[in-house]
Design a protein around this ligand. Structure first.
Ligand code: NDP
Length: 450
């Protein structure tokens, strides 16, 4: 049944939808045994319905730069599935954005949101706009133009976008301001807002902190280990990477790498996060080359000099690896190098950063591998806390949000590992995550009828 659906999807989707197909086939293949054992899933057409987005919205975004030149970008919102609650998922501003990438992200989001146990559906959106090198005013003008189109499709109980690559609290602030101007409504229609007007404490840190809470719980339960004193490698230097590094350091780990789209840093004495933040936060996005210039003993490797078919970050010995940059950034040869160098666990911070053949190798060699849909769900969880606070006009303190985030991440670990055990594939967290998430969504889809 799964192969039939994949074949027909392959035919009906554009041949360039390779990343989307990669995500769908990984999920559906995990589900094969349980779909075969429960005839309801076939009777209600659950798999076919699940792999088809509710709607794909595409719009033109026209804006004027500081030199009064007119620009046109594509804007998108993919509302994939709202069986569990309002559509929820980030907005990505990056030149690589297209419907293939957004369908993959929105599809993964359904499962991530389901695993969180919270009442939220799956969506994703964004634009091929490149924020790099743009002035604050240009970013503002673009965000306002984007929202002029998007506002008609979203709402606090309809679809609540958040940030992702290229969209942080600055962009969410501009987007929210425009939504308010157009609709005259002060409602929780976006999450990741600045704290000054409706944002939640800990939202900026949530994804990275959540990744480490998940990792700590898994290492404790599976290996009776802690992160204290352990060497860890992290890729990326954006929101998720920075807060993963921050929490790892708070737990006493030694983080020796980070990276951006142009190169990677290796610092054997431990990454100095204050320098990374200076280079990358507040939309500055300066090259990490500046880190090596300021920290003696650290090494910067340009992307062109990465090992053949791999990424410089993954060539260093480590206890645990945390890919936190972007999709498909950890290849099979990276995986082989990590295994050779004694890596015991790979915990994804980004969405689908590990290529399928690398995952297969990790699992075969007994490396604990956690897919992002389980380990990076902390961001969307705190986004949902923000929606709750907005709806009740409350403000929760930092400790309350942090405690609830930690609880959710431990619950996700428990749900995923227990499901894997029950399905006879102990420690296969990919199957565990896909099956646990699927059951919740599929049951809701059956109950609400076709
Ligand atoms: P940011 O834009 O803050 O950071 C992305 C980082 O990845 C930057 O350092 C960027 O480099 C680097 N990067 C981007 N593209 C590439 C590439 N092709 N090769 C190497 N490095 C690259 O994004 P986030 O940290 O928010 O997101 C990172 C990942 O985490 C994404 O997969 C996202 O979908 C996922 N995620 C994010 C959540 C969130 O709450 N923000 C929630 C859940 C998942 P540069 O500085 O040069 O641009």
């Amino acid at each position: 049944m799964v192969e039939k659906i994949l074949a027909s999807l392959e035919q009906s989707n554009c041949t360039t939808d390779t990343t989307f197909m990669q995500a769908v086939s990984e999920v559906l293949r995990s589900l094969e045994p349980i779909v075969q054992n429960d005839p309801r899933y076939e009777r209600y057409g659950i798999l076919e319905r699940l792999v088809t987005p509710d709607r794909i919205i595409q719009f033109k975004v026209q804006w004027v730069d500081d030199q009064s030149r007119v620009h046109i970008n594509n804007g998108y919102r993919i509302q994939f599935n709202n069986s569990l609650g309002p559509y929820k998922g980030g907005l990505r501003f990056h030149p690589s954005v297209n419907t293939n990438i957004l369908k993959f992200l929105a599809f993964e989001q359904i499962f991530k949101n389901s695993l969180s146990g919270l009442p939220i559906g799956g969506a994703k959106g964004g634009s091929d706009f490149d924020p790099k090198g743009k002035s604050d005013f240009e970013i503002m003008k673009f965000c306002r133009a984007f929202m002029r189109e998007l506002h008609q499709y979203i709402g606090a109980r309809v679809d609540v976008p958040a940030g992702d690559i290229g969209v942080g609290s600055r962009e969410i602030g501009f987007l929210y301001g425009e939504y308010k101007r157009i609709t005259h409504s002060y409602e929780g229609v976006l999450s990741g807002k600045p704290y000054a007007f409706g944002g939640s404490l800990l939202r900026p840190e949530a994804t990275g902190y959540g990744v480490v809470y998940f990792a700590a719980e898994m290492l404790k339960q599976e290996l009776q280990e802690t992160l204290e004193g352990k060497v860890c490698t992290v890729s990326g230097a954006g929101n998720v990477a920075i807060h993963t590094i921050e929490k790892l350091q708070q737990y006493g780990a030694l983080v020796i790498t980070c990276s951006d789209s142009d190169g990677a840093i290796y610092d054997p004495r431990g990454i100095d996060l204050s320098i990374v933040k200076e280079l990358k936060e507040d939309g500055t996005r300066l090259s990490l080359e500046g880190y090596a210039a300021r920290v003696p003993g650290s090494v910067y490797t340009k992307k062109a000099d990465y090992p053949e078919g791999g990424h410089a970050v993954w060539s260093h010995p480590c206890f645990a690896a945390f890919p936190c940059a972007t999709q498909n950034e950890l290849s099979r040869s990276d995986a082989a190098r990590l295994i050779e160098n004694g890596c015991t666990a790979v915990i994804e911070g980004a969405n689908m950063p590990t290529e399928p053949s690398a995952i297969e190798l990790f699992q075969r060699e007994g490396v604990l591998f956690v897919p992002g849909k389980a380990s990076n769900a902390g961001g969307v969880a705190v986004s949902e806390f923000e929606m709750s606070q907005n709806a009740s006009m409350e403000k929760w303190d930092f400790d309350k949000v942090d405690r609830k985030l930690n609880e959710i991440m431990c619950q996700i670990y428990k749900r995923v590992s227990l499901t894997a055990k029950e399905c006879g594939c102990e420690r296969n967290f990919v199957h565990g995550a896909n099956i646990a998430a699927f059951k919740r969504v599929a049951d809701a889809m059956i109950l609400e009828g076709v």
